[in-house]
Design a protein. Structure first.
Length: 131
């Protein structure tokens, strides 16, 4: 059986901060520990420690698709089984487009799903409720 292939979609930088990336890295490291292949899709080039850490973990970095169609194309091109979406900037329709294409989707939310139609939701906040 082939290991699952998981994409992480997030950005990090001076304006967006690093919270999305840190959450995705925590998940990515656990996926790697469980034998999955992990790839990051997004912008991290202005955060030197992040690029170094991703390289040390063996997580390749690709440009981040910003549209639902782009997310689906990335999932197909990289043969992803699942995609983690952690962004306030992405079109909320991306999660539904991935699901419709047969890609399991986890949306990291911050209290509000923003209308995303994901398979799974992760809200790391204290007192979080089910969407």
């Amino acid at each position: 059986m082939n290991p699952p292939r998981i994409g992480l979609r997030c950005d990090a930088g001076p304006h967006t901060g690093v919270g999305h990336l840190v959450r995705c890295l925590a998940l990515g490291e656990e996926f790697l520990a469980r034998g999955a292949r992990v790839e990051l899709f997004g912008t991290v080039h202005r955060v030197g420690w992040a690029a170094a850490h991703l390289a040390a973990c063996g997580i390749p970095v690709h440009p981040g698709p910003d549209t639902p169609a782009g997310l689906v194309e990335a999932a197909r091109t990289h043969a992803l089984d699942a995609f983690v979406l952690d962004s306030y900037e992405l079109d909320p329709a991306g999660a539904g487009a991935l699901r419709a294409a047969g890609v399991v989707t986890l949306a990291v939310v911050d209290g509000d799903t923003r209308g995303q139609d994901a398979d799974l939701y992760l809200d790391q906040n204290f007192g979080a409720d089910t969407p």
